[in-house]
Design a protein around this ligand. Structure first.
Ligand SMILES: NC(=O)c1ccc[n+]([C@@H]2O[C@H](COP(=O)([O-])OP(=O)(O)OC[C@H]3O[C@@H](n4cnc5c(N)ncnc54)[C@H](OP(=O)(O)O)[C@@H]3O)[C@@H](O)[C@H]2O)c1
Length: 261
């Protein structure tokens, strides 16, 4: 995720030398320095002491340790913390690093291709300039949307955070179905992935709702209607509603687990 953000920022004209990177693995740092020309810090504290904005992109289970270790370095400039860690609450980060403003983000995997979707939530002490900066940074890897309640992060995690997996499953199942119908795996894969891509683009650009777009491509008595009737008769909508509810519930559980002291 950090690599994607660095790449995205540089493509958008940020100076590589404005970006300072810390990572326990020297090989990672060398790689990032050689690839992007970013500066490297000897450790997290050195990066935190000099930063105006500190992006924390470590695994959720590392967040408590990493943030706590930085609490004194963070007092030097009180930078904005941007956390991309899934399931870590802003209130927990502020407990580990008191007095530091936090923007919590939930990006998703397509950020690696520059077309991610990120939900952002700011604590009440984040000012307008910092909100703009957070939006610019996450905007370097795709679209962004602000949430006014942190509790909505579980739903965002269930929908866009885990969402790419649902689409991959759909592509996988359509590929398999194509093979069952006699197509080669290569042809089936191309048909499924390009259809997903085109449909995504259409849904993104259209003024109409997804329901209207669906109706527009479903003619009465036709092939699409036959398939959709079959799906509806197996209660596909309830299945999806329940699946996302399970993801949101798991997100809340993880937040409680990683956030507890
Ligand atoms: N990937 C996604 O699609 C995605 C989507 C949404 C949210 N996120 C969030 O983004 C965060 C990063 O995920 P990722 O997939 O990029 O994971 P990752 O590839 O494992 O990256 C984590 C990075 O943090 C480094 N790190 C570990 N401990 C550290 C420490 N003590 N101090 C400084 N750096 C440390 C790791 O270094 P080493 O490699 O040396 O261990 C690694 O470079 C996670 O919190 C995840 O929840 C990711």
């Amino acid at each position: 995720m950090a690599r994607s953000l660095i790449g995205g920022l540089i493509v958008r004209g940020w100076e590589a030398t404005q970006i300072v990177v810390a990572d326990p693995a020297a090989s990672q740092l060398e790689l990032l320095k050689n690839q992007y020309g970013v500066r490297i810090a000897k450790d997290n504290a050195e990066a935190a002491r000099a930063a105006d904005i500190l992006v924390l992109a470590v695994k959720p289970q590392e967040m408590r340790t990493v943030t706590r270790q930085l609490s004194s370095a963070l007092q030097v400039k009180s930078p904005l913390i941007i956390s991309v860690a899934a399931g870590i609450r802003a209130s927990d980060i502020q407990r580990w690093a008191p007095g530091i403003p936090v923007v919590r983000c939930m990006p998703n995997r397509p950020a690696l291709q520059g077309c991610g979707m990120t939900g952002l939530y700011a604590t009440s002490d984040v000012d307008a300039d910092s909100r703009r900066a957070a939006e610019q940074i996450l905007g370097a890897v795709g679209a962004t949307i602000w949430l006014d309640q942190e509790s909505h992060m579980d739903a965002v995690t269930a929908l866009s955070g885990s969402g790419p997996a649902y689409f991959f499953l759909l592509i996988e199942m359509m590929e398999q179905a194509g093979v069952q119908l006699g197509l080669s795996p290569e042809i089936s894969r191309k048909l499924a992935t390009e259809t997903a891509y085109g449909s995504g683009l259409m849904a993104r650009e259209a003024a109409e709702s997804a329901a209207t777009l669906r109706q527009q491509v479903t003619s009465k008595g036709g092939t699409t209607e036959a398939a959709l009737k079959h799906l509806e008769s197996h209660d596909v909508r309830t299945l999806f509603t329940d699946a996302l509810a399970a993801a949101a519930e798991r997100s809340a559980q993880l937040a409680a687990e990683f956030g507890s002291d």
